[in-house]
Design a binder for this molecule. Structure first.
Ligand code: NAD
Length: 485
């Protein structure tokens, strides 16, 4: 291993690395080879206690600082992340298997954007003044307290920053539990924040499986949980948070529609379908995996798609030429391959890929099914792998009903040259994020999140501030106060 992927210790608490080898060992596997590249230990109850106590202790003094002071630290951390982008991207590639071609432009850079954006916003956070005749009310925008962040394995650095940056900007402390599949990058985020001047105890990282996340949420000293994960996990985490009436942000799964009308620019539509199905080997929550293609252009679309998929460079993720890497784990690859088998068994037409790639690691081919119908399993369930389902349509009204006929509501896209149709369709999509003639953009300036079962709350943008603060109303009486007796 040319890079040292073993962290100094499993957890980062109160400004320092902390170990407790009594915790269950978690092996970190490089998905491109199947080799073990590090071992960390799941947090024991003692580690969880240490993290919560540190986060609780540090938060009040942080909240008492000015927004400008807090923001300066976050912006310094953003600069440091950009300066270290190469090393952070290499680590992210080892942790997730995603090609360096992607991690070098989409992970630490996206994390840095969040730190810079919310760092800049910290000084602008205010309450308001509400005049009531002679009397008045003012609101104070206050932090929630201790926030817990729980991450998925597809964008570990980004998720650690998308949750940490707004939480810290608003004066909260954070305890972040990365996915047990990808535990490495969040530790680097913690290191960088502290090198940038973040006081100890404000950004803590603890490792572990679901039980560690559950133990954090159940603790009465925790005020908020932000989860990125699947719908079933979301249900459990939301219920646990509800027991303590805690604030939540839920960034969950999807099965998003992408509608390609007959007047679409075919090359752009194929690009959108590729970005929305095969980036990160299909392991993106907002992917447009149900691609509804107008029958008038169906064969042309499928032909161009197949031609362009043949240009995918499948190989060593560290090679900058590689554009399609392995799946994150053997388990996730097998889940996706099982869906391929179901697609075939239920009568979908396999038009591209469908098999494991004959090399070490957890590679499967980019896969396209055509003639998929709405009731097939591959059209209903989130696969979270490189499996695209192409469905036919002819009528706008009909395709809108079918596109929205899902429990999920994370994202949706439309390709058309008809301006009014594009906006009409976007307005009718039941989804938190819609794309017109593009797919899967997620800049920090815009709100990101789901409707229906895909989630609650929004990350990024000014909207995130409402999910990391609460308003206190203060009533001020200028004159005498009357009472009935
Ligand atoms: P997952 O639901 O299995 O796990 C997510 C996290 O929750 C992990 O850290 C896990 O340890 C933790 N967890 C599991 N059970 C828990 C419990 N009972 N209490 C507390 N924490 C618990 O998801 P995954 O397989 O890591 O990630 C893939 C899923 O994440 C997909 O469904 C994908 O769509 C979704 N996702 C959503 C977004 C988004 O922004 N909406 C982004 C990325 C991934």
């Amino acid at each position: 291993m040319p890079y040292d992927t073993q962290p100094p210790a499993s957890h980062f608490i109160d400004g320092a690395y902390v170990e407790d080898t009594a915790g269950t060992p978690i092996d970190v596997i490089y998905p491109a080879t199947g080799e073990k590249i590090a071992t960390v230990h799941a947090a024991t109850p003692a580690i969880v206690e240490q993290a919560i106590a540190a986060a609780r202790r540090a938060q009040a003094a942080w909240a008492a600082m000015t927004g400008t002071e807090r923001g300066r630290i976050l912006r310094r951390a953003a600069d440091m992340m950009r300066a270290r982008n190469h090393d952070l991207s290499v680590l992210e590639t080892y942790d997730t298997g995603k090609p360096y071609q992607e991690t070098s432009v989409a992970d630490a850079t996206s994390g840095a954007d969040a730190l810079e954006y919310f760092g800049g916003m910290a000084a602008t956070l205010t309450g308001e003044h509400i005049q009531l005749g002679e009397d008045w009310v003012y609101t104070r925008r206050e932090p929630l307290g201790v926030c817990v962040g729980i991450g998925a394995w597809n964008y570990p650095t980004q998720i650690a920053c998308w949750k940490g940056a707004p939480a810290l900007a608003c004066g909260n402390s954070m305890i972040f539990k990365p996915s047990e599949t990808t535990p490495l990058s969040a530790l680097k985020v913690a290191e960088i924040l502290h090198e940038a001047g973040l006081p100890a105890g404000l950004y803590n990282v603890v490792q572990g499986m679901g039980e560690v996340g559950a133990a954090l949420i159940e603790d009465p000293r925790v005020d908020k949980v932000s989860l990125t994960g699947s719908v079933p996990t979301g249900r459990k985490v939301y219920a646990a948070a509800a027991a303590g009436i805690k604030h939540v942000t839920m960034e969950l799964g999807g099965k998003s529609p992408l509608i390609v009308f007959e007047d679409a620019d075919i090359e752009n539509a194929v690009s959108g379908a590729i970005l929305g199905n095969f980036y990160s080997s299909g392991q993106v929550c907002s992917n447009g995996t149900r691609v509804f293609v107008h029958t008038a252009i169906k064969e042309k679309f499928l032909n161009r798609l197949a031609t362009r998929l043949a240009n995918a460079v499948i190989g060593d993720p560290m090679d900058p030429e590689t554009s399609f890497g392995p799946m994150v784990s053997e388990r996730q690859m097998n889940i996706a391959l099982d869906y391929v088998a179901k697609g075939k068994a239920e009568g979908a037409r396999l038009v591209y890929g469908g098999s494991r790639v004959d090399r070490d690691g957890f590679y499967m081919e980019p896969t396209v099914f055509a003639d998929v119908t709405d009731d097939m399993t591959i059209a209903r369930e989130e696969i979270f792998g490189p499996v695209m389902a192409v469905l036919d349509f002819t009528d706008e009204e009909d395709v809108m009903t079918r596109a929205n006929d899902t429990e999920f509501g994370l994202a949706a896209g439309v390709f058309t040259r008809d301006l009014t149709r594009a906006h009409r369709v976007a307005a009718r999509f039941e989804a938190g994020t819609c794309y017109i003639n593009t797919y899967n953009d997620a800049p920090v300036e815009a709100p990101f999140g789901g409707s229906k079962n895909s989630g609650v709350g929004r990350e990024n943008s000014k909207a995130a501030i409402n999910h990391y603060t609460q308003l206190k109303s203060v009533y001020v009486r200028m004159g005498d106060l009357e009472a009935p007796f």
